[in-house]
Design a protein around this ligand. Structure first.
Ligand SMILES: NC(=O)c1ccc[n+]([C@@H]2O[C@H](COP(=O)([O-])OP(=O)(O)OC[C@H]3O[C@@H](n4cnc5c(N)ncnc54)[C@H](OP(=O)(O)O)[C@@H]3O)[C@@H](O)[C@H]2O)c1
Length: 255
């Protein structure tokens, strides 16, 4: 399935940028959103140089009203990717602060729902396309949602919440002609992982991650987990006693 009306949040950096540029080609209308004007403008102009039609919007996905308005302004969507996310861990402390936990859940979970729920309303009004669906909604989860690692508890819990929501909602959404996809990347080289104080097995380039995601979404997969071996490792690790991970360094706290 070739998507031609595509919306991506968090398109100003890292994986969102790589996804935007991987989809950018003639005949594609990209709706790109993020908060940082200069970085977003750079991605938009690079995508235009690849002959995509690009509409960029400064957007904070924690603002439900603004996010709904942005989605509705897209008017027609084959694919939306809720990619915007933040990450942090306990740092030197044993506990994450309430402010940090609220920020992570506010952006990664509620921000994703602010994005995908209006998109599902919009898609439900669209005609069924050649691929038999009205549109596809993808959420960027993480392999961190498969294993409760002490490196970043709130982040892990937030991604697990998205994972459960997509898995539980996909059969119902399919009845409305909407495809739901949950993407579970392993470690990707982006600004988000640049400060991780530990070895990142399977660390991959954002462009390579974007290519895997495009292939999985084109095939209409509900779960796209990569690297596959790392997903299996995480599921196995989740069955082990958590003291096994006690020595793993924690992700730094939010600045
Ligand atoms: N890197 C990895 O190893 C990895 C692994 C698994 C999953 N992921 C997930 O992949 C997604 C992208 O992460 P990344 O690694 O590409 O990190 P990144 O380079 O830090 O990019 C995060 C993006 O999210 C945007 N963003 C953050 N808060 C936002 C908000 N409130 N409203 C709108 N946009 C917001 C940022 O843009 P602005 O600052 O311009 O708003 C930026 O474009 C995240 O959901 C992350 O959890 C990453």
């Amino acid at each position: 399935m070739a998507y031609s009306h595509i919306a991506i949040t968090g398109a100003s950096s890292g994986l969102g940028r790589a996804l935007a540029l991987a989809y950018a080609k003639p005949g594609v209308h990209l709706h790109l959103a993020a908060r940082h004007a200069q970085r977003l403008a750079e991605v938009a102009s690079t995508a235009r140089a690849l002959d995509a039609l690009v509409t960029e919007t400064l957007l904070d996905v924690t603002d439900a009203t603004a996010t709904k308005a942005w989605v509705n302004d897209c008017r027609q969507l084959d694919l939306i990717i809720a990619n915007a996310g933040i990450s942090a861990g306990p740092g030197a402390s044993n506990r994450e602060t309430a402010a940090q936990i609220n920020a992570i859940f506010g952006t990664n979970v509620l921000g994703a729902f602010n994005t995908v729920l209006p998109a599902m309303d919009l898609m439900a009004q669209q005609p069924v396309g050649l691929n038999g669906i009205r549109g596809r909604v993808a959420i960027i989860g993480s392999i961190a949602g498969l294993i409760a690692l002490p490196t970043s508890p709130a982040y892990s819990a937030a991604k697990a919440a998205l994972d459960f929501w997509v898995t539980a909602s996909a059969p119902n959404a399919a009845k409305d002609g909407i495809g739901l996809s949950l993407i579970r990347p392993g470690f990707i080289r982006t600004p988000m992982t640049a400060k991780n104080p530990y070895k990142m097995p399977g660390l991959m380039a954002a462009d390579d991650a974007a290519r895997i995601i495009l292939t999985g979404l084109a095939a209409g997969k509900t779960h796209i987990t990569f690297p596959g071996w790392f997903g299996l490792f995480a599921r196995f690790g989740q069955m082990l006693p958590k003291r096994v991970f006690a020595g793993v360094p924690r992700k730094p706290a939010a600045p």
